[in-house]
Write a protein that binds this ligand. Structure first.
Ligand code: BDR
Ligand code: CA
Length: 357
């Protein structure tokens, strides 16, 4: 099985990342760390513990990480995830196990990952990139040891995608969700450490908004989450014949709240983009992602300064800049598409296993 560490900030979509990391048969989940992001660090840590309890994985350890970006102030995503990071969710149990205390999160991540066979383990990030950046700053040799790093983060835009998020006030395309250009998880200085690391950059897969916005939790998806993929799509017949399990009802509830805020804040009404589990899937099922025959990119994150192609007043901090590399040159993998049936199928399989746990 693939040894995997998940760094997250639950978070409605992080909940699905946890589900995959815990219940996919290809994965051996080594540990979970939390980071500031969708809500405060205390809250994301509590949410991670509660989610593990809900999906029958109480034994997985949770380490509380960094509470703010490397040089900036923490900003939460209460408009999308609510103050608690998991608003709108009534079916979450109270965690029985506490988070690990008095252990440095970076040391725990390093010690666990370096103990795996060389070139076998994946580090998956679905939260703000602060812990990950600091980890590779502190432990430079870890990059060479890992098989890969998979990150939900960044927003490419600019011809990379046919599906920009909308228009900026300045009539340009909007690529980001935090600002017109920046995606929420990109702590600029932490991201810079990662994408300028000479070894890491060719071992990293990025799931940017350009891809995650193709994976929407539509009404049909929500129905299947609740009743299972073998249930008839006619809601009335499924409702009368099946009582959804508690885990299925919880994950449906999570998706419904997420859908409501995406409709309200971004006017995306077909269903919310399920960003985070894609980063887990990219580590365990790379073959279901389309990278156009092996495209690789150099990635730079804007940490300051001015770039001439964008009006200064828009603010480019945190923008993802990508350059396609010539074939054979090592760089980040940024898939452009995913096999939706296979992706949702893996979620469905994990729900089945969680039901049995
Ligand atoms: C990312 O930001 C967070 O709000 C989500 O959980 C996801 O990790 C999407 O931009
Ligand atoms: Ca997240």
């Amino acid at each position: 099985r693939i040894p995997l560490w998940l760094d997250c900030d639950p978070g409605h979509d992080d909940a699905y990342a946890l589900l995959l990391a815990c219940h996919d048969p290809r994965v051996e989940l080594l540990g979970v760390s939390t980071v500031h992001g969708n809500a405060s660090l205390d809250q994301t840590t509590l949410n991670a513990r509660a989610l593990l309890e809900a999906i029958g994985k109480r034994e997985i350890k949770v380490y509380s990480g960094h509470s703010k970006p490397i040089v900036r102030n923490a900003v939460s995503a209460a408009d999308i995830h609510g103050e608690s990071g998991l608003d709108g969710v009534t079916l979450l149990p109270k965690p029985v196990e506490p988070a690990v205390k008095d252990v440095d999160v970076l040391d725990a991540m390093y010690k666990t990952l370096i103990a795996t066979p060389p070139n076998s383990a994946w580090l998956v990030s679905t939260g703000t990139l602060t812990n990950i950046g600091l980890l590779f700053q502190k432990y430079d040799d870890l990059a060479g040891h890992l098989k890969g790093v998979s990150i939900m983060g960044g927003a490419v835009g600019g011809g990379f995608t046919d599906a920009p998020m909308g228009k900026t006030k300045l009539e340009g395309e909007r690529f980001g969700n935090r600002t017109p250009y920046a995606e929420f998880n990109v702590d600029p200085e932490a991201s810079h450490i990662i994408f300028s690391h000479p070894v890491l950059k060719s071992k990293t897969t990025i799931i940017p908004l350009d891809l995650s916005h193709q994976v929407l939790g539509t009404k049909e998806v929500q129905h299947t989450l609740l009743y299972g993929s073998d249930a008839p799509l006619d809601p009335s017949s499924a409702e009368t014949s099946r009582t959804p399990s508690r885990v299925r009802a919880l994950f449906k509830e999570i998706m419904v709240f997420f859908a409501s805020t995406y409709a309200e804040v971004f006017s995306i009404t077909k269903g919310p983009p399920l960003h985070d589990p894609l980063a887990v899937a990219a580590a365990i099922y790379p073959e279901i992602f389309d990278d156009r025959g092996g495209e690789r990119f150099q990635v730079d994150i804007v940490t300051g300064g001015v770039h001439s192609d964008i009006p200064e007043e828009v603010g480019e901090l945190g923008r993802t800049k990508v350059t396609k590399l010539p074939p054979g040159e090592g760089g980040c993998r940024i898939p452009r598409g995913v096999d939706l049936a296979k992706f949702w199928g893996s979620i469905e399989d994990c729900l089945k296993r969680a039901d049995e746990a």
